[in-house]
Design a protein around this ligand. Structure first.
Ligand SMILES: Cc1cc2nc3c(=O)[nH]c(=O)nc-3n(C[C@H](O)[C@H](O)[C@H](O)COP(=O)(O)OP(=O)(O)OC[C@H]3O[C@@H](n4cnc5c(N)ncnc54)[C@H](O)[C@@H]3O)c2cc1C
Ligand code: FES
Length: 370
C-alpha cells in the first residue's frame, strides 16, 4: 500500500466501532458496513449502492461528497481533487476516503446504475480500425455469447496480465449484436495503448471488467443539455447522445467536440448526421490549433471557452462532459462559476489508471521526501 500522510479532518467521531465502521447516507437513510481499509466507494459497491465515481484515483473529483459526521483517512492516494475550501467544508472523496469509525455522509445516489450486474469476462477483438492519426477504434465481443449489459456512457476496465486495470469508455449503448465499441487514443509512453496502436489484431483476446462508472444519462429532467467532449471523450458522449436520439427526446442538445485538428474529430460526419435526425441537436466542433481552424473554417479556441461564449449563464442546463483532465478541471471550475449547479454537472475525466498515479506520486515522494 502507498505510504501517504494520513489526513484527518473534523472533530473526533461520535461513536467509534473499531471492528466494523458503518456508513450512513443522510439523504436516503441507507446504511452499509465498511471492512478494514476499505474506501467508502468500495464498501458501497459491495453493498449494491451506486455512488458517483470516475477515475478512482482521487484526482477527478466526481466522487465528491460531504462528511456530516465522523472522520476519514486517506491511506492510499491523497485527495488532490479537493480544494482547501472544499476540505474546510468537510468534503471527502469517496474513492479514497477510508472511514475511521462510524460516519454519515451526504452523497448523490445513482439508482439507474445499481441494478446492472458488474462482471469479469473474456472478449475477442472482432474489428480494429484507425479512426484518427492517434485513435484506434476497437470492437469487442464476449466469447461466452452472453451479452454484456451497461448504460450508455459507462466504461470498462481492460485487465492486464499483471492484474492492473486500464479504463476505456464504451462508445455506444448495448447493441443487438453484442458488440462493444471503444475509441482508444495512443498515449505516448503508455504501455497498453501503445500495444493497441502497434500490435492489437482481430482475433486477439482480452479480459475486461464491466460495466463501471456513473457517467450515464439522467432522464428525470426536462432541461436542455450541453454535451462537451474533448478528443476521445467523444466516446461516452456519443453513447449518451445516441441514447437520447433513440428515446426521441425533445430536450435541446448542444454537442461541443473539441480537438486539435479536423482529423482528430474522427466521427464528425456522424455528429453532423445527428443534427439532421433530430432538429433539437446542435453540433459545434471547435479546434484548438489556429491554423487548422483557419484552413477548415471551423471555430477556433478551447472547448470550455466556446461553451461559455455561447451560454454565459448555465443555470438552466444539465451538463455532461468527458475528456482530458485539464479540460475537465477547467470546466468544473468555470461552469460552476457560470451558475451551473454542481449536482447537474456530470463528468468522466480521462485520468491515468490508479496504479500509474500511485507510481507517479510515489516517485515524487521519493524525490521530495514527502
Ligand atoms: C473513466 C475513464 C474512461 C476513459 N476512457 C477512455 C477512452 O474512451 N478512450 C481513451 O483513449 N482513453 C480513455 N481513458 C484514459 C485511458 O484509460 C488511459 O489513456 C490509459 O489508461 C493509458 O494506459 P496505458 O497503459 O497506455 O498508459 P500508462 O502506462 O498507464 O501510462 C500513462 C502515462 O503515464 C506515464 N507514466 C506511467 N508510469 C509513470 C511513472 N511511474 N512516472 C511518470 N509517468 C508515468 C506514461 O509515460 C504515459 O504518458 C479513460 C480514463 C478513465 C479514468
Ligand atoms: S476523485 Fe474519486 S472517482 Fe475521481
Amino acid at each position: 500500500m502507498a505510504m501517504f500522510r494520513v489526513i484527518l479532518w473534523g472533530k473526533p467521531p461520535l461513536s467509534y466501532n473499531a471492528q466494523v465502521p458503518t456508513v450512513t447516507l443522510t439523504s436516503s437513510g441507507k446504511r452499509f458496513e465498511a471492512a478494514a481499509d476499505e474506501t467508502v466507494l468500495e464498501a458501497a459497491q459491495r453493498a449494491g449502492i451506486a455512488l458517483p465515481y470516475s477515475c478512482r484515483s482521487g484526482v477527478c473529483g466526481s466522487c465528491k461528497a460531504t462528511l456530516v459526521e465522523g472522520e476519514c483517512s486517506y491511506p492510499r492516494n491523497p485527495p488532490v481533487a479537493l480544494s482547501a475550501s472544499a476540505r474546510q467544508h468537510r468534503a471527502i472523496l469517496l474513492c479514497q476516503a477510508v472511514p475511521c469509525g462510524d460516519i454519515a455522509i451526504q452523497a448523490r445516489e445513482i439508482a439507474s446504475v445499481e441494478d446492472i450486474p458488474h462482471r469479469r469476462l473474456e472478449v475477442v477483438v472482432v474489428e480494429r480500425r484507425a479512426l484518427a492519426p492517434d485513435v484506434v477504434g476497437v470492437w469487442l465481443q464476449p466469447t461466452d455469447n452472453e451479452r454484456l449489459n451497461w448504460l450508455p456512457g459507462q466504461y470498462l476496465d481492460v485487465i492486464l496480465e499483471d492484474g492492473k486495470h486500464r479504463p476505456f469508455s464504451i462508445a455506444s449503448g448495448p447493441r443487438a449484436d453484442g458488440r462493444i465499441e471503444l475509441h482508444v487514443r495512443h498515449v505516448p509512453g503508455g504501455g497498453f495503448t501503445s500495444w493497441v496502436y502497434e500490435s492489437l489484431r482481430v482475433g486477439d483476446r482480452l479480459t475486461i471488467e464491466a460495466p463501471l462508472g456513473t457517467f450515464v444519462p439522467r432522464e428525470d429532467s426536462e432541461r436542455p443539455m450541453l454535451l462537451v467532449a474533448g478528443g476521445t471523450g467523444f466516446a461516452p458522449v456519443k453513447a449518451i447522445v445516441e441514447h437520447f436520439i433513440a428515446l426521441g427526446t425533445r430536450r435541446p442538445m448542444y454537442v461541443y467536440w473539441g480537438a486539435r485538428t479536423v482529423a482528430d474529430l474522427y466521427l464528425i460526419d456522424l455528429a453532423r448526421r445527428w443534427t439532421e435526425e433530430l432538429s433539437t441537436i446542435t453540433f459545434i466542433p471547435v479546434l484548438s490549433d489556429p491554423q487548422a481552424a483557419r484552413m477548415s473554417g471551423l471555430r477556433e479556441g478551447l472547448i470550455h471557452e466556446a461553451v461559455l461564449e455561447d451560454h454565459p449563464d448555465l443555470a438552466d442546463f444539465d451538463l455532461y462532459m468527458s475528456g482530458p483532465p485539464p479540460m475537465i478541471a477547467a470546466g468544473r471550475q468555470l461552469f460552476v462559476e457560470a451558475n451551473l449547479p454542481e449536482d447537474r454537472l456530470y463528468f468522466d475525466s480521462f485520468d491515468v489508471a490508479p496504479d500509474v498515479l500511485d507510481a507517479i506520486l510515489r516517485g515524487r515522494a521519493g524525490i521530495h521526501g514527502l
